[in-house]
Design a binder for this molecule. Structure first.
Ligand code: HEC
Length: 111
């Protein structure tokens, strides 16, 4: 291997490390923070029942929560740890990304 090759190898390793870093950073971000605009779009199927005003009318309000709480509860419906069949069905159709997006959107709405 001549010195030029060694340098190329080093550069490639450095580029690989940067790419890995960017990938892991964006992956972590996608989990921690959903896409609020996507959540707004998805929320149309929720606000037929859940009041955006935060008013309780027999159906609990779901706005202004920390993302983690919202995601945790949705996961309880998905895993059927929470018994409500309506919400089990609704939550069961959502992907992790969609739940995170809904969490970001509803969490951003203040009562
Ligand atoms: C058909 C009416 C209906 C629709 C549509 C609906 N929900 Fe619900 N949701 C309910 C009811 C009823 C409850 C209370 C269930 C229970 O007692 O566990 C509930 C509970 C919840 C809770 C837990 C509230 C709490 O205080 O524990 C969350 C979070 C939630 N829904 C999110 C959503 C999201 C997100 C959507 C849209 C993807 C949605 N719901 C669509 C009726 C609905």
């Amino acid at each position: 291997m001549n010195p030029g090759d060694a340098l190329t190898t080093k550069r490639m390793r450095a580029a690989g490390a940067v790419a890995a870093l960017v990938l892991s950073a964006s992956g972590a971000n996608a989990q921690a923070k959903g896409d609020r605009e996507f959540g707004r779009y998805l929320s149309s199927s929720c606000v037929t029942c859940h009041q955006l005003s935060g008013r309780y009318d027999g159906i609990p309000p779901i706005i202004g929560w920390p993302d983690e709480s919202f995601v945790a509860i949705m996961n309880e419906y998905r895993s059927k740890a929470r018994p409500n069949p309506v919400m089990q069905t609704i939550a069961g159709k959502l992907s992790d990304e969609e739940v995170a997006a809904l969490a970001a959107y509803f969490g951003s709405i203040k009562p």
